[in-house]
Write a protein that binds this ligand. Structure first.
Ligand SMILES: Nc1ncnc2c1ncn2[C@@H]1O[C@H](COP(=O)(O)OP(=O)(O)OP(=O)(O)O)[C@@H](O)[C@H]1O
Length: 251
């Protein structure tokens, strides 16, 4: 479902992603765990074909992110921090508008809205204008909007950041509700508890590199530490020591 091989992305001289190699399959919630600036957004935006890689390859749902960008876009839903809702449109109008961008018929759209409404409990907000939504309601419609075309891959980039405690709970419950055998969910965050609750496997990312991939229990056990946060910081300090060692060797 997702295959990334030696993917690199440079902004000018700055290498934001370095040789990322990862695989994830349908049915998984796959976490990208990293501090601010680790490269999570760059990676997700590259997979979403919004940025071009400068080296390596990746495929999403079997489609190459460079050569088959249109097909990749049809295969993904992307949720990032920004809500970007139009205050004057109701929930239903928002979803219909996005469905029209995907070329969906009215019948297919209304069927899909009904399915999403049941899955994500949207009943209360379909016929209210977004201007009157709570943050939690907005979050629900933003996730529904990303899923209107029923993509097999959902990319969530720090989707819970900036949400109040209630909206955050709604988002995490949505992710759990959306987990099906047919769908891959990639969930980027810097929050350990979100990874512990949601993710089947996680890639720890720092300085544009993947430091380790595994389940939370595997990462904790391999580190010899007592929890994910400690395991995470140990990986980061090992990376720093390696970089320091390499710098010394280079003289
Ligand atoms: N357009 C850009 N030009 C130059 N450098 C950039 C650009 N976008 C991001 N960067 C740099 O690339 C690195 C990775 O940024 P990125 O936003 O991908 O990280 P992140 O893990 O998503 O962090 P955050 O959660 O803060 O967004 C950072 O050092 C950032 O400053």
């Amino acid at each position: 479902m997702l295959k990334i091989q030696n993917l690199g992305k440079a902004y000018g001289d700055f290498q934001a992603l370095k040789n990322i190699t990862l695989e994830a399959g349908s049915g998984e919630v796959f976490g990208l765990l990293g501090a601010n600036g680790a490269g999570k957004t760059t990676l997700l935006r590259t997979l979403a074909t919004l940025l071009s890689p400068t080296s390596g390859t990746a495929s999403v749902n079997g489609y190459d992110i460079v050569r088959q960008a249109q097909r990749v876009r049809a295969s993904i839903g992307l949720v990032n921090g920004g809500m970007g809702l139009h205050d004057r449109l109701t929930g239903r109008e928002t979803l219909r508008y996005f469905a029209s961008l995907y070329g969906m018929s009215r019948a297919a759209t209304d069927g899909r809205i009904e399915t999403l409404s049941q899955q994500l409990d949207l009943h209360d907000l379909l016929d209210i204008r977004a201007g009157g939504f709570s943050t939690g309601m907005k979050q629900k419609i933003v996730v529904a909007r990303a899923l209107i075309h029923d993509p097999p891959v959902l990319l969530l980039d720090e989707a819970a950041s900036g949400l109040d405690v209630l909206a955050r709970r709604i988002l995490l419950d949505l992710v759990l509700a959306l987990k099906t055998r047919e769908r891959l969910i990639v969930y980027s965050t810097h929050v350990m508890s979100e990874v512990e609750e949601l993710c089947d496997r996680v890639a720890v990312i720092a300085g544009g590199e993947v430091l380790k991939v595994g389940t939370v229990p595997e990462l904790v056990a391999d580190s010899g530490e007592s929890n994910l946060e400690r395991a995470f910081f140990k990986l980061l300090s090992e990376q720093k020591q390696n970089q320091h060692g390499q710098a010394v060797l280079r003289g």
